[in-house]
Design a protein around this ligand. Structure first.
Ligand code: ZN
Length: 159
């Protein structure tokens, strides 16, 4: 059984505004997402959904449509005893609660007993550019729609 939602698989090279490569898909392992499920950033999804299999495009996504603008209110000063670990260093990341959707904090500064943590996404405030190529477009399986995410090639379960 298939549905009218689609699963799109694509190869990508992600660059920041300065042209530096931040991330890319692995050869023969395109990234797949379920249409409309919010699996990838909205500014990228809307553009990818207009492409056909085999099509290539450079897609520029402004920060607001990517990981959002930086919010300085999400940078907070805490004391070391408020953190889950005693052994912390700059760059450590931890989740702000037991919920899977709780914000992830990154330690950006340590001064004595005080620690500055930043809950902005590491790519917040960055205008991004994706060089993409559509590898496959297929109908989503009912299982994928029920789960709200794409599975592996052909919709086979992989988790
Ligand atoms: Zn699943």
């Amino acid at each position: 059984m298939s549905t009218n939602q689609r699963v799109v698989s694509f190869h990508y090279i992600l660059r920041n505004a300065g042209g530096e490569v931040l991330d890319q898909s692995q050869k023969d392992q395109p990234l797949s997402f379920l249409e409309g499920a919010g699996q990838i950033i909205p500014g990228l999804e809307s553009q990818l959904l207009m492409l056909k299999k085999g099509e290539k495009k450079d897609i520029n996504v402004a920060a607001a449509d990517a990981y959002g603008e930086r919010d300085e209110k999400m940078v907070v000063k805490v004391t070391k005893d408020q953190l889950p670990s005693k052994e912390i260093k700059i760059g450590d990341m931890f989740r702000g609660g037991p919920d899977e959707d709780a914000p992830v904090f990154t330690v950006t500064e340590i001064t004595g007993n005080h620690v500055i943590v930043d809950a902005n996404h590491p790519l917040a405030g960055e205008d991004l550019s994706f060089a993409v190529e559509i590898a496959e477009i297929r109908a989503a399986t009912q299982e994928e729609v029920a789960h709200g995410h794409a599975h592996g090639p052909g919709g086979h379960h992989h988790h």
